[in-house]
Design a protein around this ligand. Structure first.
Ligand code: URA
Length: 204
C-alpha cells in the first residue's frame, strides 16, 4: 500500500476529528473503536506504543490494561507523572482482532504503514522533545527498523527530537525477572536515562 498523504493539521483536535473517520483504514471493518491518546498534549515527553488491546478498545484510551498499569509504574519510577508530564499514543489506532482463539494479534506491516502518517502528525503537533518508542512495532513505524534488544536505550535525533526505543511493557509482563541484565532491569536503566535527558533538555 502506498503511503497516504495527510494535510498538515493546525491542531490535535482537528487531526483527531479526522482520525475518527479515516478513509482506507485497513481495520475499519473490524468494528473496533478508534483509540488515540491519553495524557497531556503539551507534555515534553511522548510515548508511542503498539496498538490498543481489549481494555483500550473498551475504554477508548491507550495503555489502560495491565501493560498500561506497568507503563505508569515505569514512568513514575522515572519521576514522570503519567497524566501531567507525558502524552501517550500508539502506532496503530484500532485493535487488530485475533484469530484462533486469541482476541488480538500483532499489527501487520500494511497496518503499520497505513497509520504511520497519523503517528507522525501527532508527534509533530505535540512537539515533544523526547519520544520513547515501546517495542518493535513503534520502532518500525517511526524509525523504519526493528531489533529492540539492540536498539533499546540508544538515542537517535530526528527532526529536532530525541528518540529512544525501550522494551514494550507487555514484554516485561512476560519476563518478570528483575535480575541484573534482565529486560526489567534494563527498562529501569532506560527510564532513568530518559529522566536524565529530560532534565538536561528541560531543566526541571
Ligand atoms: N499496548 C500498546 O502498545 N498500546 C496500548 O494501548 C495497550 C497495550
Amino acid at each position: 500500500m502506498s503511503q497516504i498523504d495527510l494535510p498538515k493539521y493546525t491542531s490535535l483536535d482537528e487531526l483527531f476529528s479526522d482520525m475518527m473517520q479515516m478513509t482506507g483504514d485497513p481495520l475499519a471493518d473490524t468494528g473496533m473503536n478508534v483509540v488515540i491518546s491519553r495524557g497531556n498534549p503539551k507534555a515534553r515527553l511522548l510515548i508511542v506504543g503498539e496498538a490498543p488491546g481489549p481494555q483500550e478498545n473498551i475504554q477508548g484510551k491507550p495503555f489502560v490494561g495491565r501493560a498500561g498499569q506497568l507503563l505508569d509504574k515505569i514512568l513514575e519510577a522515572g519521576k514522570f507523572d503519567p497524566e501531567r508530564d507525558v502524552f501517550i499514543t500508539n502506532s496503530v489506532f484500532r485493535m487488530p482482532p485475533g484469530e484462533g482463539g486469541k482476541n488480538f494479534r500483532k499489527p501487520t506491516d500494511k497496518e503499520i504503514e497505513y497509520y504511520r502518517p497519523y503517528v507522525n502528525e501527532i508527534i509533530r503537533l505535540v512537539d515533544a522533545l523526547i519520544v520513547l518508542l515501546t517495542g518493535n512495532v513503534a520502532c518500525q513505524s517511526i524509525l523504519g527498523k526493528t531489533g529492540i534488544t539492540s536498539l533499546r536505550g540508544q538515542w537517535t535525533q530526528l527532526q529536532g527530537r530525541w528518540i529512544m526505543p525501550i522494551f514494550h511493557p507487555s514484554y516485561l509482563l512476560r519476563n518478570p525477572s528483575k535480575s541484573p541484565g534482565s529486560p526489567k532491569a534494563l527498562m529501569w536503566d532506560d527510564i532513568r536515562e530518559a529522566r536524565r535527558k529530560y532534565d538536561e533538555l528541560i531543566g526541571e
